[in-house]
Design a protein around this ligand. Structure first.
Ligand SMILES: Nc1nc2c(ncn2[C@@H]2O[C@H](COP(=O)(O)OP(=O)(O)OP(=O)(O)O)[C@@H](O)[C@H]2O)c(=O)[nH]1
Ligand SMILES: [Mg+2]
Ligand SMILES: [Zn+2]
Length: 392
């Protein structure tokens, strides 16, 4: 059955990054020469909370509603927008959001691989922090693989964060997980809860994280706009609090299901600060803010709600293979048109892996790739059926 336009809501609307509308979208737009720019930090029932450019430590935050012309445009945290009207940020004031500035990137996912209704997650991030826990909940390579594909597709640099290594049963962990990605040049940070000398004691801050991991992340995140993505309960908000001094709610993990409780319910962009308390390798200074390459010169981290699944219905199979940097070169010897889904039909990836070209974990990586590809081609077939079914 075909979907009618009325079935779509704003998160379904397809948006391509780097494509301008026909109207010029510059600061000098004749429509609203007096508009002021700011960055959307959170969205709540049609109200956009915007951090105004150049507001520095004063942090002028303005609440806005969007103009009618933008009714169908998804606007997400990270978006840079133009506001008119009362932009004082005074209590009870409401500005009007009249324009979305051109996005450098757009992170998207679909509900699942067989549903191409897209969700726009975050705009203008140049880094994606993929968060998994070493335990509680246990890490899944399938999730990491999908996040890496989405990042590659969106042109966003991925970083892998493995949290909760204090809970890993095997003290050598997360070595096994890291080995799986050894052939990729993937920046990885490992963190754990800080335990005082002599073990945990009363009065310990339960959410205090290992200082070295926090400092390392600071060094990687300063000057960037970084979106976080991960299952519920892996410790995203806990890390965001450590990095920003914010007080985002954190939740425990259900003992029975081993799953998080979906504590964070909306995405929020927070300013990254370099607190004196954190002994960053470069030392704490203000230079990072000036070096920042984000539009507003501010380093941002965007905490997102835990995802159940990371659908990739919007991603082309070729882009899936391209994100497997350890395998993609092996495909040059494939038969033309090879779908790489099985050893049959002249797929060269099996020989590539058998020759050890993708490292020790090559076979497992190839299995991951094929699992993903077949999940996506399943969706392609279903879509084709839908399309045929709806044609006269
Ligand atoms: N032992 C241990 N617990 C941690 C660590 N990091 C976070 N936690 C705990 O894990 C639980 C979940 O943390 P959150 O920060 O709420 O997780 P989240 O990823 O934001 O979860 P959602 O908002 O539901 O997506 C909390 O009880 C934290 O205290 C860690 O490194 N070690
Ligand atoms: Mg959270
Ligand atoms: Zn092939």
């Amino acid at each position: 059955m075909s979907r009618r336009w009325s079935d779509f809501d704003e998160s379904d609307v397809k948006v391509r990054p780097n494509k301008r509308g026909s109207r010029p979208r510059t600061k000098e737009s004749p429509d609203h020469p007096d508009a002021e720019l700011g960055r959307v930090i959170t969205v709540d029932r049609g109200r956009y909370r915007v951090h105004m450019h150049g507001s520095g430590d004063g942090e002028r935050l303005v609440t806005a509603v969007r103009a009618k012309a933008l009714r169908r445009s998804p606007i997400v945290p990270g978006d840079v927008v133009a506001l008119v009207g009362d932009t004082s940020g005074g209590e009870g004031t409401l500005a009007r959001l009249v324009r979305i500035e051109e996005r450098s990137t757009l992170l998207r996912r679909s509900a699942d691989d067989t549903d191409d209704a897209e969700r726009v997650v975050v705009a203008n991030a140049d880094q994606l922090l993929v968060v998994v826990a070493a335990a509680d909940p246990a890490p899944r390579t399938g999730f990491i693989d999908r996040a890496l594909v989405a990042a590659f597709h969106a042109g966003i640099e991925p970083i892998l964060l493995i949290t909760k290594t204090d809970l890993a049963e095997d003290p050598a962990d997360p070595a096994g997980l890291l080995a799986h990605y050894a052939e990729l040049s993937l920046t990885t940070v490992v963190s754990r809860r800080r335990v005082a000398d002599g073990g945990p004691g009363p009065g310990d801050d339960a959410d205090a994280l290992d200082e070295q991991a926090v400092a390392r992340l600071h060094a990687l995140l300063d000057g960037h706009v970084t979106a976080m993505i991960g299952h519920s309960g892996v410790g995203k908000s806990t890390m965001v609090n450590a990095l920003t001094g914010a007080d985002r709610a954190t939740g425990d993990v259900n003992d029975v299901t081993g799953r998080g409780r979906h504590t964070s319910s909306s995405a929020v962009a927070l300013r990254l600060r370099t607190p004196e308390a954190v002994s960053s390798p470069q030392g704490a200074d203000d230079a990072s803010a000036e070096d920042a390459d984000s539009a507003d010169g501010v380093s941002w981290i965007i905490d997102t709600p835990g995802v159940r699944s990371f659908g990739l219905a919007h991603v082309d199979p070729d882009d899936v293979l391209a994100a497997f940097g350890d395998l993609v070169q092996g495909s040059v010897d494939c038969e033309p048109g090879c779908a790489h889904e099985s050893p049959q039909g002249g797929c060269a990836l099996d020989a590539w892996v058998a020759a050890g070209r993708a490292g020790e974990h090559g076979p497992a990586r190839l299995a991951s790739l094929r699992g993903l590809l077949s999940s996506l081609s399943g969706s392609a077939e279903e879509q084709e059926e839908k399309r045929l079914g709806s044609s006269p």
